[in-house]
Design a protein around this ligand. Structure first.
Ligand SMILES: NC(=O)c1ccc[n+]([C@@H]2O[C@H](COP(=O)([O-])OP(=O)(O)OC[C@H]3O[C@@H](n4cnc5c(N)ncnc54)[C@H](OP(=O)(O)O)[C@@H]3O)[C@@H](O)[C@H]2O)c1
Length: 333
C-alpha cells in the first residue's frame, strides 16, 4: 500500500492535535508526518506513533515533496498557503471556511457525498462543524423523503473557538469562584454561566455568517440548491461537542418510527432515543468519539410534514479532524 508524506498546517491547535491522534488511531498510511504551526510553536514536540516530532514554522516551501496537507489553521493562513500547497503537487484538505463555497472545490462529508471528493483540483474543503453534525443526522431522514426546509438552533461548545475557548471558560469559572471579575478575550462576553447568541459577524439579513453556513454548505453537500434553512447559533458553556435542535419539513410525511429506523441504520449515527428511560443525546456523552447521537425524534406539531430531532456530536473530531482524515482516506482508494 502506498504511504503518504503528510503535513498538518496548524498542528498545535485544537483540531491539529486531534488530527495527529486520528491519523494514528485510524492507522492512516503515513510515511512521514510534518507538524507545521507559527514561529511561536517552532520546536514544540508533538507525539505521533511513540515519536516526539518537532513542530516546524510554516513557510511557503514547507510543502515540497508532501502528498497531503491537512489544514487546521485560520482562513487567512489557508488562503495564503493554498497556492504553495497545490503548486507542490499536494492535495489540501482544509478545515477553514476559506474555500468551502468556491466552485471546483468539493465540500465533503464522507457518509453523504464521498463521490464529490474525486472531482477535486487540489483542494477539498471540510464543512463547518455544526453543519457536519446536523447533516449526518438529516441525511438519514432524507432517504425517506426530500428535505424542503429546516429550522435549526445550535448549542456550540467553547472548544469550537479553538484551544483558547476551554481555557477561557476554565479561567472564568475559577475567577468567579474566587470573587474576581472576568476579562473575556476569546468570546465577546463572559461565557461562564452564560449563553452568547452570536457566532460570527452579523450579515445584512440579520443572520450571522456562522448561521448562513448551515444553508449554504447544506445546499452544496446535499445537492439541494433550493433547501431553506433558518439557523440560530448560540455559544454555550460546554467544553466539547455541539448540540443541535432541528425541525425538518419534508416533501412527504415521515413518521417518527420510520425516522428512528432510518437513523439507526445510517452510517455515522447512533440512535439514542428512549424518552421513558430519559435516554437522549448529551454533549458529555458524545465527546471524544466520532458518532453523531440522535434522539428526541417526534412529529413536529407546528408543521405539516414536520419532524423534530436533537443531535450531539464531537465537533473537534467528526466536525473537523475525523471528517478530514476520512476525506483523505477516500483519496487512498
Ligand atoms: N475547533 C473546532 O471545533 C473547529 C471545528 C471545525 C473547523 N475548525 C476550523 O479549523 C481551523 C483550526 O481551528 P482550531 O480550533 O484548531 O484553532 P486553534 O486551536 O486556535 O489553532 C490554530 C492553529 O493555527 C496555527 N496558526 C495560527 N496562526 C498561524 C501563523 N501565522 N502561522 C502558522 N500557523 C498559525 C496555530 O499555531 P500556534 O499554536 O503556533 O499559534 C495553531 O496550530 C480553523 O479554520 C477553524 O475555523 C475548528
Amino acid at each position: 500500500m502506498k504511504e503518504y508524506k503528510v503535513a498538518i498546517l496548524g498542528a498545535t491547535g485544537a483540531v491539529g492535535r486531534e488530527m495527529i491522534k486520528i491519523l494514528e488511531e485510524r492507522n492512516f498510511p503515513v510515511a512521514d508526518l510534518i507538524p507545521l504551526a507559527s514561529a511561536r510553536s517552532a520546536g514544540t514536540k508533538l507525539s505521533f506513533r511513540g515519536e516526539a516530532l518537532p513542530v516546524r514554522e510554516a513557510c511557503p516551501d514547507a510543502f515540497s515533496g508532501v502528498d497531503l496537507v491537512l489544514g487546521a489553521a485560520p482562513n487567512a493562513l489557508a488562503k495564503e498557503y493554498a497556492p504553495h500547497i497545490t503548486a507542490a503537487g499536494a492535495v489540501f484538505v482544509d478545515n477553514s471556511s476559506a474555500f468551502r463555497m468556491s466552485p471546483g472545490v468539493p465540500l465533503v462529508i464522507p457518509e453523504i457525498n464521498p463521490e464529490d471528493a474525486r472531482l477535486h483540483r487540489g483542494i477539498i474543503a471540510n464543512p463547518n462543524c455544526s453543519t457536519i453534525v446536523a447533516l449526518v443526522a438529516v441525511n438519514a431522514v432524507r432517504r425517506l423523503s426530500e428535505i424542503l426546509s429546516m429550522t435549526v438552533s445550535t448549542y456550540q461548545a467553547v472548544s469550537g473557538a479553538g484551544a483558547g475557548g476551554p481555557a477561557e471558560l476554565a479561567e472564568e469559572v475559577s475567577a468567579l469562584a474566587a470573587g474576581r471579575t472576568v476579562s473575556p478575550s476569546v468570546f465577546p462576553y463572559q461565557i461562564a454561566y452564560n449563553l452568547i447568541p452570536q457566532i460570527g459577524d452579523f450579515l445584512e439579513n440579520g443572520y450571522t455568517a456562522e448561521e448562513m453556513k448551515m444553508q449554504n454548505e447544506g445546499r452544496k453537500i446535499l445537492h439541494l440548491p433550493s433547501l431553506r434553512v433558518s439557523c440560530t447559533c448560540v455559544r454555550v458553556p460546554v467544553v466539547r461537542s455541539h448540540s443541535i435542535s432541528i425541525s425538518l419539513v419534508t416533501k412527504e410525511p415521515v413518521s417518527a418510527e420510520a425516522a428512528r429506523a432510518a437513523i439507526a441504520a445510517a452510517p455515522g449515527c447512533l440512535l439514542v432515543d428512549d424518552p421513558a428511560q430519559r435516554k437522549y443525546p448529551m454533549p458529555l456523552d458524545t465527546s471524544d468519539q466520532d458518532l453523531v447521537y440522535v434522539g428526541r425524534i417526534r412529529r413536529d406539531i407546528a408543521n405539516e410534514n414536520g419532524l423534530s430531532l436533537w443531535c450531539c456530536g464531537d465537533q473537534v473530531r467528526k466536525g473537523a479532524a475525523t471528517n478530514a482524515v476520512q476525506i483523505a482516506e477516500l483519496l487512498t482508494h
